[in-house]
Design a protein around this ligand. Structure first.
Ligand code: OGA
Ligand code: MN
Length: 215
């Protein structure tokens, strides 16, 4: 039997999201899982099975001037042990968010992302209100970072823009370093964000919870 010694305080997490719309958690996944996922990202990169972001299954014609990461979509039906740990934790998160915030989160799509040295992702939203309501919408973004030994001067922070709709607070933002095991969770249609230029290769695992499509 596997005994989990790891626990995320979901109550605090959900409260913070209810109040602020986002949350930063420093130990979302155990260290061994983070290390294994980082190694898997390296293996996938070396096997050249990652794709340039924006030319994947969404057929977005996102240009290289906007983002410069390479991605690999995870398949929940063909997981490694570390990916199972991740999906298990994401299911805990989904159930807690649904139970307390009535978000009606349904599906999950997740990809590993590797930003090369010099990589970035310009300011964007993960979901637009104008999208087709008959298709599942991204409701919650959850980015888990897989970088050991990250320093301030390595850059690559996530810049999360707060209160974009409030003129008085327009320029308030948070700079969050992509430290191993840390997760940043936020409402996909509310928070503009960007990845600042990284001076070292930067690895993350991003998941989006989707709403149930309207009939
Ligand atoms: C994304 C994204 C941010 C990050 O993949 O949409 O904004 O910190 N990622 O990796
Ligand atoms: Mn994004």
């Amino acid at each position: 039997m596997r005994i989990s010694t790891h626990s995320t305080n979901f109550e605090e997490l959900v409260d913070h999201i209810a109040e602020h719309g986002f949350c930063v958690v420093n130990d979302f996944l155990p260290e061994a899982t983070v290390t294994a996922l980082a190694n898997e990202a390296q293996t996938l990169k070396q096997a050249e099975v990652m794709q340039e972001a924006g030319v994947g299954r969404e057929h977005l014609s996102v240009l290289k001037e906007i983002r410069s990461d390479s991605i690999y979509w995870l398949n929940e039906d063909a997981t490694t042990a570390a990916q199972r740990d991740y999906f298990e934790q994401m299911e805990n998160l989904r159930l807690n968010l649904n139970q307390h915030l009535y978000l009606g989160l349904f599906g999950l799509e997740s990809h590993l992302a590797v930003y090369p040295e010099g990589g970035f992702y310009k300011k964007h939203l993960d979901c637009f209100a104008s999208q087709n309501p008959h298709k599942p919408q991204r409701k919650i973004s959850c980015i888990v970072y897989l970088n050991q030994d990250w320093d301030m001067q390595d850059g690559g922070q996530l810049k999360l823009y707060l209160n974009e709709t409030d003129e008085s607070d327009k320029y308030k933002s948070l700079l969050i370093s992509p430290l191993a095991g840390r997760a940043v969770i936020f409402l996909s249609d509310t928070f503009y964000h960007e990845v600042m230029p990284t001076y070292k290769e930067r690895v993350s695992l991003t998941g989006w919870f989707l709403s149930r499509p309207q009939q």
